[in-house]
Design a protein around this ligand. Sequence first.
Ligand SMILES: NC(=O)c1ccc[n+]([C@@H]2O[C@H](COP(=O)([O-])OP(=O)(O)OC[C@H]3O[C@@H](n4cnc5c(N)ncnc54)[C@H](OP(=O)(O)O)[C@@H]3O)[C@@H](O)[C@H]2O)c1
Length: 333
Amino acid sequence: MRTVYVDALGANASIIGFGCASLGGRVGARRGIEALERAYHAGITWYDVAPSYGDGMAESICGQFASKKRGSIYVCTKVGMLPPDTSAAVRVLKPIARASLAVFPGIQPYFPDMRPKPFKVALTAELIRTSIEDSLRRLRTDYVDVLALHRPTREEAVREDILRAIERIVQDGKARTISIAGNIDLDIDSLDESLPYRLMQIANNPIEPNLQRLGKSARSRTFITYGSFASLDSVIASINAKNGILNGLHEMGYRGAPIEVAAAFVVDYAVATNSAGITLFSMFRKDHLAFNTHRLTQRPPPLHQLNRIAAELSNELRKTDRIEQRPERSTRR
Ligand SMILES: NC(=O)c1ccc[n+]([C@@H]2O[C@H](COP(=O)([O-])OP(=O)(O)OC[C@H]3O[C@@H](n4cnc5c(N)ncnc54)[C@H](OP(=O)(O)O)[C@@H]3O)[C@@H](O)[C@H]2O)c1
């Protein structure tokens, strides 16, 4: 497994991390732990979780796995989002939904929108203190490597009482470093570098090339990126719509059906554009873990070629959007 030096931790971690957002929600505990074990044996040492993930179950399930490997993995959890209050009816229906998904995986895209969503709560020093204690208990550990403020507002990220509370958590050894997760609107460039956020978790994919958009801050911080496969359908659609894009990818060495070419490009783009950081993937399916880790063993095309294809994809999508948004011409004279 390729590793990367994470300055804030003074250690090397695997260049891809395992995202646990679906652990306990879409994916049940037994299958989830099997997937985490599989990832660990493939060399993945970074595990990303949050109190809100998996309808509030992800940390406890991850804890069953992580407590046995504590010294050899890195765990990031968060504070600031809460799980939805799932009713008894939803809890009963969840195993049925999972079983249906196992039989008819094609219905998966329709599930996320039906699920109640986690929600943001206002950050306070007291919330940070109690949230980390609850997380440590659920994760069965006495420290996490990273505690991330989960989608904070800019005001929260710079507020004095919040800064004091997180400083205290680091001093007490409950988190080794502090990060911001999931809010590109914070305008990272303008966040003072003396603030304690040396890791930043943001979305990044060929359609949403956030790392490329960032200026000098991309060099002074370590980025943990996610959202790679959110772009997959758009990448496939553009490849199918414009021969030139597929030809370009073929010239770069990509082979196979458009869906395989698109998935390989998405993984290569994510890892190559964040080569000094960690890319999170959800990889509960065995074939997804195998595919994504296999890509790391292949030499990716040069970055400028990946960026060129990403730019072509974005142009193609903008064109499609413009066509779809164009009002129908009136037939009345
Ligand atoms: N801070 C934030 O606000 C925030 C927001 C979103 C996500 N995250 C973190 O990032 C993690 C990853 O989330 P993500 O949205 O970036 O997920 P992702 O890796 O883009 O995965 C999304 C979907 O793609 C599938 N997939 C994985 N590898 C694939 C492949 N090679 N081919 C086709 N499909 C593939 C996954 O399936 P399986 O899982 O079933 O294998 C999953 O259903 C989350 O779990 C969470 O830890 C953080």
